[in-house]
Design a protein around this ligand. Sequence first.
Ligand code: NDP
Length: 277
Amino acid sequence: MTDRYAVIGNPIEQSKSPLIHNAFAQVTGQDMAYTKLLGPLGGFAASVDAFRAAGGRGMNVTAPFKLDAFAYASDLAPSAQMAGAVNAMKFEGGKVYAENFDGVGLVRDVVHNLACPLKGRRVLVLGAGGATRGALLPLLAQGPAELVIVNRNLAKAQALLELARQHPGAAVPVRALNYADLNGDAFDVVFNATSASLTAQDLPIPTSVFAHGCLAYDLTYGKGLTPFLQRARQAGVTRLADGVGMLAEQAAEAFAWWRGVRPDTREVIVCLTVPLV
Ligand code: NDP
């Protein structure tokens, strides 16, 4: 019997997850179907209950339900616990296993696909929302020389500092700053993990943050040359990337977790790439 999976969100029409997972299923020969599910606001648990009752095997979770999924899960993986949010669930018997693959997907895209090791590098992360929270510990696990988190709302960045300190083996110096404090420091990797690119908003960062040979990476995907990437290019950065690879890699992690086989992401990334022009 064909196994059923879905991505739940609201809105959900924009989601690329069915395209990605159905492509993965085809190349790996898995008998599964993956669809979109529009979850009514305030109706997350009832929608997931119904999907499970109909035989659903697993789900991806997107905005605004990542915290609802955290509350719904019976068994949270460390990645989900540390992120405080869930982006993938697996249903087995009465159990709801939950993971957050966003951070590991980001790291894999940077280190493996873009061949940019993070060990010993100075890393700047702009934004302190859910994506940064999920990425924090996978980034620290790579052993960067330092990690700086910048956010408009400094308290949110400082809260992440606390999270980083609780991490065993957290030897990496981590700082939380305001945008106005970003003067003089240069970084080898600069991540834009704000949602500013979704609405084509620029960020108040000096061009000096981009060190020579820097990678500028916008987690937002499908928007072409965002104001952040444009700013990086104007500063002379030649290594630019958006979050399409992260999207594909977190999907591949979920697929492997559900099906026991890890698909190659290259074709999906090519298919979904919007040129950075
Ligand atoms: P959240 O809503 O949780 O956080 C948004 C963050 O953006 C906050 O830190 C907020 O700052 C900041 N922000 C928003 N607008 C501005 C602005 N104009 N100037 C400065 N800071 C701003 O979003 P997520 O963390 O979930 O997502 C962030 C981005 O990452 C989104 O674009 C999302 O699409 C992308 N993403 C990509 C994934 C992928 O697979 N490629 C996976 C997950 C996310 P403040 O706290 O001060 O308001």
